[in-house]
Ligand binder design. Structure first.
Ligand SMILES: [Zn+2]
Length: 165
């Protein structure tokens, strides 16, 4: 039996998975961990709207925001939620900068593109143009993630290939 008086956002929040794969410090070994946190419904809506707008997964956005927050925050005592809240407040101002960072993300681990014929509809990860089944596209190849998580497939159109145009 649990009391729920203090759970103001009961049922309204969402679980956020955030995978940090960046170095934690110069002396610490590279670590990856999954963070589970509850975020208030208002923040959830804002994050989802923003992520939707950028067409990136919410977790991707959250990770970028957290990385950003970690870069500026000196307090190690702050918890994840308050960092997120703080970061969300700055969303409006930092929208463009974050956009550039998050947008850049999908292709940053790609080491090569392989020309393929699509069997299913897809979207160019860079210009977001729709790519129809049967069309040629370029599959982004990247190393298997070390955390065992499946990476989303990345396709780009011919115009968005590096060196094109
Ligand atoms: Zn494109």
């Amino acid at each position: 039996m649990t009391q729920n008086d203090d759970q103001r956002d009961k049922g309204d929040g969402m679980e956020v998975d955030s995978h940090g794969d960046h170095e934690a410090g110069d002396s610490e070994p590279k670590k990856e961990r999954v963070l589970h946190t509850r975020v208030p419904a208002v923040l959830e809506r804002e994050l989802k709207r923003f992520a939707d707008n950028l067409r990136v997964p919410v977790s991707n956005l959250v990770r970028t925001i957290l990385e950003d927050a970690l870069n500026v925050a000196d307090a190690a005592t702050e918890n994840v939620e308050s960092r997120l809240r703080k970061a969300a407040k700055q969303l409006e101002h930092e929208r463009e900068r974050l956009k550039a960072r998050v947008k850049f993300d999908p292709l940053k681990d790609i080491f090569a593109f392989q020309r393929v014929t699509l069997a299913q509809d897809a979207t160019c990860a860079k210009c977001e143009r729709d790519l129809a089944a049967g069309a040629h596209a370029n599959l982004g190849l990247s190393d298997e993630p070390t955390n065992g998580k499946k990476k989303p497939r990345i396709f780009v159109c011919d115009e968005c290939l590096p060196g094109a145009r």
